[in-house]
Design a protein around this ligand. Sequence first.
Ligand SMILES: Cc1cc2nc3c(=O)[nH]c(=O)nc-3n(C[C@H](O)[C@H](O)[C@H](O)COP(=O)(O)O)c2cc1C
Length: 366
Amino acid sequence: MSRNDLLSPLRLGALDLPNRVIMAPMTRSRAGKGDVPTAATAEYYVQRATAGLLITEGTQVSQQGQGYAYTPGIHTDDQVAGWRRVVDAVHEAGGRIAPQLWHVGRLSHPVLQPGGGLPVAPSAIKPDGKAFTPQGMLDYVTPRALETDEIAGIVADFARAAENARAAGFDAVELHGANGYLIDQFIRSGSNQRTDRYGGSVENRNRFMLEVVAAVTDVLGPGRVGIRFSPNGAYHNMSDNDPAATFSYAVEQLNRFDLAFLHIIEPLADDHQMSPPPGATRVAGLLRGLFKGPLILNGGITREMGDRLIAEGAADAIAFGVPYIANPDLVERFRRKAPLAQADRATFYGGDERGYLDYPVLEQAA
Ligand SMILES: Cc1cc2nc3c(=O)[nH]c(=O)nc-3n(C[C@H](O)[C@H](O)[C@H](O)COP(=O)(O)O)c2cc1C
């Protein structure tokens, strides 16, 4: 039997991928009026359509779920129509694409909220830092703790977003359960001090996540829903008193749903911005053993490391973030073992086509 590597095909849930190079979800804050994806959005993903799977930038499931200026939504008719044009263009180019369904929870600001209200969260704990709003960078505020009977409404927002994703023609969806956003805020003990059935025990803290997964898989069926976690990530003031126990339970429960994939951010190197804090127990290997479906790993992974992780069976596929910004033809560069272009951080978020559509492919660069 031949050894698998990044360029081997993979069955990922209901999808057949020509390779195991996944584009990681990346917010670029360039949506148009009404937070609608534009022709430039379509061009950006088409340029990268040779990926095994494109996972889009975080896409808010509701107005309440938005935390950054100019991020696309998937809750209005115009947004769904905009995504339909993106998906059609990617399919035309031979690619596969899944939106990342996102609710930011406390990582928002009243200027982005319906009626100027407070952002919502499991508990009224203010994150450090500032929100990127249409009025500039504004300090985060103390969020409002959700009432128990409001939670079903947010689960319904995720289900509606999944219906909209299907209407737009997407191949699958990824639920954003990582990086300190709403699902992660419920799961981890540092941001969840609830005393109702959504807080306290590991079972209770995972309840919201599992309700969202149940609702979204009900809409999309088997093999079309994935979920992303960052079990050890400290980003956005996140912490958990026992990540191994918390996420082992999460993953064991997820085995009931026939998911397309589990996507874990846990960089191997200590100097990556998303690396676990010093001394933290790494859990990706543990979760690999518990999860019955395909595993995508992410975080500072190079071609050489990716090939090795796949050959060793530590992952089925690898997601690449920053490398995909500057290398639209990342798969071809891997095939040729060609050098990678470096991304310009100044143009990561917001702005125009510079740093978005103008990174050349190899022939153009030569
Ligand atoms: C500009 C930028 C935007 C990002 N936006 C998102 C996002 O919307 N959703 C998400 O889950 N992760 C987001 N991330 C994290 C990436 O998906 C990825 O986890 C991170 O870049 C580490 O992978 P890498 O070392 O291959 O870049 C973002 C990263 C960058 C650089």
